[in-house]
Design a protein around this ligand. Structure first.
Ligand SMILES: [Zn+2]
Length: 260
């Protein structure tokens, strides 16, 4: 990887001492930094730096002073950026160790991004398609795990059975979320669960409208059961068709219930 560039950056060329202290990332330091959202740009550059230098959890970053020189920004802007990255778990800051790479707090990221989706009235049909990709993508792993371990089927079935006698819509929504989350978990593909949580925050609001029509409740429980049975038989094609049909109820709402 080329790491040396001439100092044609909008930022003042760092002193030679500073340049030797930190290896300038290939792209991160050569774009002009504009005034607004400066801390967002700095945060993006720190992320680039981490990726370009293949830094992993616990690795140290250059000192604050080196980073301000590298990016040509004030200490205040740098601190704002590191605070934001710290919030998401990407960076850690300790008195003597300085800045190190952290572990992303997926729970926080999903909460934050899920909220973002809700606020922006992100097109529902697109979110729905995303959810279908995630939920369908999990099914193969679920079928494999079911074949290995009968407890997987039993656990999912008992979660679904709990939905049966419910009369309270909040409880039904929570139960349905728990069922779908457990399905993703049963795939053994962890990031799918995180992505599912991300969309789940959005769907929580969406679901509240859907479950107002009670007729969909018993239909949903029946589909869950058919889905589990298809997975247990290893009939992936059928399981995928059921999942599509199950999501159809949301699709109808997505069509007729566009945000004003
Ligand atoms: Zn469901």
């Amino acid at each position: 990887m080329k790491s040396k560039r001439s100092s044609g950056s909008a930022a003042k060329a760092p002193s030679s001492a500073a340049r030797s202290a930190v290896t300038a990332p290939a792209k991160a330091s050569c774009l002009p930094i504009e005034r607004a959202r400066l801390s967002d740009i700095v945060a993006a550059r720190i992320r680039d730096y981490i990726v370009e230098h293949s830094l992993g959890e616990g690795d140290r970053l250059p000192t604050e002073h080196e980073l301000t020189t590298l990016f040509g920004v004030s200490r205040g802007s740098l601190r704002e950026a590191t605070k934001a990255l710290g919030f998401l778990g990407i960076l850690r800051s300790a008195p003597k160790r300085g800045l190190t790479v952290g572990r992303v707090d997926m729970k926080r990221v999903t909460e934050y991004l899920g909220f973002h989706f809700s606020l922006n009235n992100y097109p529902r049909d697109q979110l729905l398609k995303t959810r279908l990709v995630i939920e369908r993508g999990a099914l193969e792993g679920v079928a494999e795990h079911m074949a290995d371990d009968p407890v997987v089927y039993e656990t999912l079935t008992s979660l679904n059975d709990r939905l049966n006698g419910l009369t309270d819509s909040d409880a039904f929504i929570r139960g349905d979320i728990a069922f779908h989350r457990a399905l993703l978990e049963a795939s053994g593909i962890e990031p799918l669960v995180a992505f599912g949580d991300l969309l789940g925050i959005f769907f929580l609001r969406f679901r509240q409208q859907v479950v107002e029509s009670r007729a969909t409740w018993s239909g949903g429980v029946r589909m869950h059961r058919e889905l589990l049975n298809a997975l247990r038989r290893g009939d992936l094609g059928k399981a995928e068709r059921i999942m599509c049909e199950h999501m159809q109820v949301y699709r109808e709402h997505a069509r007729k219930d566009r945000p004003s």
